[in-house]
Design a protein around this ligand. Sequence first.
Ligand SMILES: Cc1ncc(COP(=O)(O)O)c(C=O)c1O
Length: 421
Amino acid sequence: MSDDGPARLPRTGMPADELLEQIDTARAGDLDWKGGRAFSLVYNSGDEAHEAVLHAVADRYLHENALNPFRYPSLLQMELDLVAMGADLFGGVADAGAVTAGGSMSIFCAVQVARGHARAEMGIPEPQVLAPETAHPAFAKACDLLDIELVTVPVEADGRIDPERLGAAITDRTALLVASAACYPFGVIDPVAAVAALADERGLLCHVDACLGGFLLPFWEELGQPVPPWDLSVPGVTSLSADVHKYGYAFKGASLVLYRDRDLLKHQHFWYSDWPGGLYASSTPAGTRPAPPIAGAWAALMHLGREGFLRLTSQVLDAHTRFLDGIAAIDGAVVDPAPDISVFQVTTPGRSHDAVGDQMDARGWNLDRQQGGLHVMLSPYHAQVADQFVADLGAALADVPLTEDAPTSSTVSTYGGIAEA
Ligand SMILES: Cc1ncc(COP(=O)(O)O)c(C=O)c1O
């Protein structure tokens, strides 16, 4: 953390107070997620008692390693519990899943399983994955790493995949169909039942990416919001990913990947017996697995319980209503397409959304730029800043001139790096 060239291991250790002071100074330049001005990178429950529990649990498991679960029966039990709780919430079976380090890793596992299944059970040596263009880039990454072809299909104006269009793209190499619940760019849920029925008819696997919506949708529906069928209880859905470190309100590093049955899960396991070090086995691509995220995810679900999730989800819903109503009342900003959950895109017809985003940055907001608009992802805490956001958006729009040739796509940095229009 110095500008004097590449860092070197210091000869003598830095005293703790000096070190912590240096960290605190350096952190002053980091995103401040606690004030409700950040979106998508952190899911801020705004619940201090919950935060305190997560800190205490992480502290207890700081050095533990879940690589060998038999050495840590408490961690093994937590992982089993997490899979069982996820299966209970998402219509799966209690013993067919795993805890991974995040959504991308869960998706990697599901694609790896689809590849193994395609080769072993379908006689397809070089399988294809078929996904809506809105599917998270984790599918593209997994396919790239696993040397599988990804075929993407454009979505309709409402942001959803048309199952007929998807069906028309199926080939004799297709192994896996993907649907999102909901997709990151627009917060809309693909027609999971129709996509899964298609997969079922054609003998294919179907993965539902509920990394974002998984721990929100059951409670969103209980609060009276319309939610189409989306989980493992839908006939034809064979795997599902749901992140505990998003709307599950755990700290980072925890996601669930769940399968229809253990026969699918077995394609995820790795065994190696030709090593002088002995038999090596792992249940996910990771070797060493940090214990805090597993224990933190378990603690988050147990501490909140259904009542806690309903309470936090109703705060998200409150934020959602206030943001949407406020934006609808502003001339020049449109939430488009209409979202199913508390994640959406704000477009600024006739104005560059990059320029509006810059004006919002100047007012202390941190909105990611998408190809077609600004991205908003709401946490419980955002209910407290909704009015300020709407007022600032109105002022930001007033500061950006209307132009006939306002760019409709963007190449600036997004939540995950650099977006190419
Ligand atoms: C729908 C969806 N899938 C997958 C992911 C990837 O999750 P992670 O960033 O935890 O790897 C995200 C992240 O935002 C997401 O929104």
